[in-house]
Design a protein around this ligand. Structure first.
Ligand code: HEC
Ligand code: HEC
Length: 262
């Protein structure tokens, strides 16, 4: 009994010493690899977390944002200072800008950005997401030939990603990592359009996601050229903001159906 206790004690001491040595080694490694002069250490004037923007300020939407509602809220809250076309005295949103920022960034700008009016107390979380997606929709929008892209997505991507983008395509069981679920807010809202374009073009290393740049679809006789891959980005994006009931989407779908038949 006594002997057992003794050896336990020794074991504990050894573990403790090993831990201390490990922490020491880690600290040492950090110091040599980080030049402390270059690191902006947090201070009173440079807090680690901005006082105005705490983690609680950010949250994903609880349902697909509505373009229709976003349009209304934009008119009431943003149009006095912003527009989509050049107007004197107004900040103009450009496609280039929208393609280069994440949807989450846009949400943060109007929620807790020290350089911008905050709408945190004025608009609900869902209303702010509605506006963000309306902004994106207005500039980037849906694929022009919606039904055509839908078919081509169905023929090339749905086997993994599923026709409705839920990562439930026929062969998804066999893949690790699983295909991306395009309906997952915390996934697509953290990516810029430019990143998605890059991933579609070049594929994602060590995953089943293949590169598509300039591939030829021999069955349907088309090439995955730049223009088509940008349309795919739009198509992938629409899973994250529209519902079948969205009137604006219905209108667009109706239009694209008609142009296809004409
Ligand atoms: C009182 C005027 C005003 C109102 C109202 C306003 N903005 Fe702005 N916004 C600005 C100005 C000025 C800038 C440019 C700031 C800068 O460049 O630093 C800006 C910049 C932005 C940016 C780009 C910021 C960045 O760093 O990426 C976004 C996005 C934006 N506004 C969205 C909105 C939305 C959405 C609304 C409505 C909910 C809104 N703004 C309402 C004045 C306003
Ligand atoms: C053979 C299966 C497969 C096919 C076919 C496929 N993908 Fe993927 N794709 C994946 C996998 C797996 C991932 C996730 C990789 C990861 O977790 O990083 C992925 C990721 C993506 C992403 C990145 C999303 C994100 O969150 O970063 C996009 C965009 C994408 N695919 C679009 C497409 C498009 C468009 C097509 C058709 C032209 C397509 N994929 C065809 C397997 C596939």
């Amino acid at each position: 009994m006594n002997k057992k206790n003794k050896s336990l004690k020794i074991l504990r001491t050894i573990t403790l010493v090993m831990c201390i040595v490990l922490v020491g080694l880690l600290l040492n490694a950090c110091q040599t690899s980080v030049n402390l002069n270059k690191v902006a250490l947090p201070s009173e004037s440079n807090p680690l977390v901005s006082k105005k923007s705490t983690a609680a300020d950010f949250a994903y939407p609880t349902k697909d944002p509505s373009i229709e509602d976003g349009k209304k809220s934009f008119g009431q809250n943003c149009a006095s200072c912003h527009s989509f076309k050049t107007e004197s005295g107004k900040q103009t949103f450009t496609l280039k800008y929208i393609n280069s920022v994440t949807p989450s960034h846009l949400f943060k700008v109007i929620t807790s950005n020290e350089k911008h009016p905050s709408f945190k107390d004025k608009l609900s979380r869902q209303e702010r997401w509605d506006i963000v997606m309306y902004l994106r929709y207005e500039l980037f929008g849906l694929p022009k030939e919606f039904e055509d892209i839908k078919t081509k997505f169905g023929g090339n991507c749905a086997v993994c990603h599923g026709t409705r983008g839920f990562a439930d395509g026929n062969i998804h069981y066999y893949l690790n990592p699983l295909p991306a679920n395009f309906n997952q807010f915390d996934r697509l809202y953290e990516k810029t359009d430019e990143t998605l374009f890059d991933e579609i073009s070049n594929g994602i290393p060590w995953t089943a996601m293949p590169p598509w740049a300039n591939r030829i679809d021999k069955d349907k006789h088309f090439t995955f050229d730049d223009k088509f891959r940008w349309e795919l980005v739009k198509y992938v994006r629409q899973f994250g903001y529209s519902t079948e009931k969205d009137p604006l989407r219905q209108e667009k779908l109706f239009k694209s159906n008609r142009t296809n038949k004409d």
